[in-house]
Design a binder for this molecule. Structure first.
Ligand SMILES: [Zn+2]
Length: 182
């Protein structure tokens, strides 16, 4: 097992586009294993390499008892959308929000041995492919929400116990202020 710490919203690595994988080597296979172990431990339905601080275009998924990974993914999406489906993210622990996504996705890419792969997903699987591929572009699910939903989400995020965005608590000065608090 090689469980890695999951980076939380606010970490700049989550906003940095990841680089395509060029070398399908031992190191890449270790990355896929780390992602898989970390995702299963969380547990989560998907995990992208930037979420463990690695800037490579790799994600893992575990949806409907199907475990897999995809490298250098490319997506082809249906026009039909699910506007209401709830979505969460391991980088936003404990929170989920309705996030619009295409209902069907065909994901092409490679496995860890460099073999071409085509994956087809509907509903949750399609949602997962879109969410994880977004991570590889530095895009987060809050970016996919409309303005009103994003406002609600940001409020919940600021109030979340893990959030570094919340305003600091009041701190009283240890020095006397002579009644002139500035
Ligand atoms: Zn996520």
């Amino acid at each position: 097992m090689a469980i890695q710490p999951i980076r939380l919203f606010g970490d700049p690595v989550l906003r940095t586009p990841a680089e395509p994988v060029k070398d399908f080597d031992k190191e890449l296979r270790k990355l896929v294993k780390d992602l898989t172990d970390t995702m299963m431990d969380a547990p989560g339905a998907g995990l992208a390499a930037p979420q463990i601080g690695v800037g490579l275009r790799v994600f893992t998924y575990y949806v409907d008892d199907q475990l897999g990974h995809l490298i250098n993914p490319d997506l082809n999406l249906s026009d039909e959308c699910d506007e209401e489906g709830e979505e969460g993210c391991l980088s936003f622990p404990g929170l989920s929000f309705p996030t619009p996504r295409a209902i069907r996705a065909v994901a092409t890419g490679f496995d860890m041995h460099g073999e071409p792969v085509t994956l087809e997903g509907t509903d949750l699987m399609a949602r997962c492919f879109q969410h994880e591929t977004d991570h590889l572009d530095g895009v987060l699910f809050i970016d996919r929400m409309d303005a009103a939903q994003r406002k609600l989400a940001m409020k919940a995020i600021r109030e979340a116990p893990w959030s570094g965005l919340s305003a600091p608590a009041f701190k009283f000065s240890p020095h006397p202020t002579q009644g002139k608090a500035l």
